[in-house]
Design a protein around this ligand. Sequence first.
Ligand code: NDP
Ligand code: 13P
Length: 339
Amino acid sequence: MVAVLGAGSWGTALAIVLADNGHDVRLWGQRQEQIDEINEKHTNEKYLPNIHLPETIVGYVDLAKALEGIETVVLAVPTKAIRDVLQRVRACKEQPITVVSVSKGIEPDTNKRISEIIEEEMGERLQDVVVLSGPSHAEEVSLRHPTTVTVSSKNMDAAERIQDLFMNHQYFRVYTNPDLIGVEIGGALKNIIALAAGITDGLGYGDNAKAALMTRGLAEMARLGSRLGANPLTFAGLTGIGDLIVTCTSVHSRNWRAGNMLGKGYALDDVLANMGMVVEGVRTTKAAYQLAKKMNVDMPITNALYDVLFNGKDVKSAVDSLMARGKTSELEDLANISL
Ligand SMILES: NC(=O)C1=CN([C@@H]2O[C@H](COP(=O)(O)OP(=O)(O)OC[C@H]3O[C@@H](n4cnc5c(N)ncnc54)[C@H](OP(=O)(O)O)[C@@H]3O)[C@@H](O)[C@H]2O)C=CC1
Ligand SMILES: O=C(CO)COP(=O)(O)O
């Protein structure tokens, strides 16, 4: 039995994988009408339209009931809600639990990764934290289309347990990677680059610009990541380039779609209000901008996006200023990363 906290698109899609793997799943959400829909109609139309949910997924609004007898919790709420939800979990759970973190972001101001927030909030009530990340849009997972992800943890025995829990030989293949920092940083930073790729697409700049953003974006992701202690090779894997590709090129991506609207001239507040789902890249841009300053790492795309999102810079001038930077060598960054 597994509890999934957060009945949005990703929590519901992962509940389907777990149910397909033969587990009873408790899916916790905060709105009674949504939970009634899950239990009575076996659908979650707002987040995964036209998908029939297995009947072994049972919805709960009562968190204490959802957690009764549970040892493994999948945490699938937006990063800004994580502390609040964990404090509620802590209040009703005495035995230590394993938390599987599937959200992607870095917390502004504290600049903490999600696994660090989980450790801080859960304290001695935490058995292990395992991160699951990779190129995986909920819409395609819920259709059982082939998908690959990676799990990582400080305790690789726990990671392997979670690999077994989610591994589905028909459509959901799970790898392991011991580089927890790299896995989390890649999953968080790719959302920044996807917002920027959406902007250049919205401006009508086409494939050259997008390829440039993805490639140079990956370089700055690896630059910050390696400074934070990640293995640079992780950025060449599923949670780096893999997730970057899917998020910059998929119509399902909330970050790409938000960027696309910004590129077309819509205001940030309007874009976020119309999305109806979380756009993690906005908060993460703030956190990465702060981290890059603190660690003295050059992140030109992140800085340009920060100016657009938080200083009201017009999107076209942000792209112009990226192009107008002084000349440099492509491999300079990579040469500074010690493998
Ligand atoms: N969607 C995807 O394909 C993927 C998403 N992710 C990551 O997963 C995380 C969740 O994203 P996703 O499922 O897409 O988000 P959605 O916007 O689809 O859903 C968010 C869910 O969280 C709930 N929620 C929000 N705030 C709270 C709160 N304070 N307490 C309890 N529940 C809350 C929402 O409830 P309500 O409906 O009541 O507002 C909703 O059920 C993000 O970090 C995202 O980056 C990772 C991989 C793939
Ligand atoms: O992380 C994701 C796919 O791997 C989801 O990205 P979006 O939040 O941009 O949809």
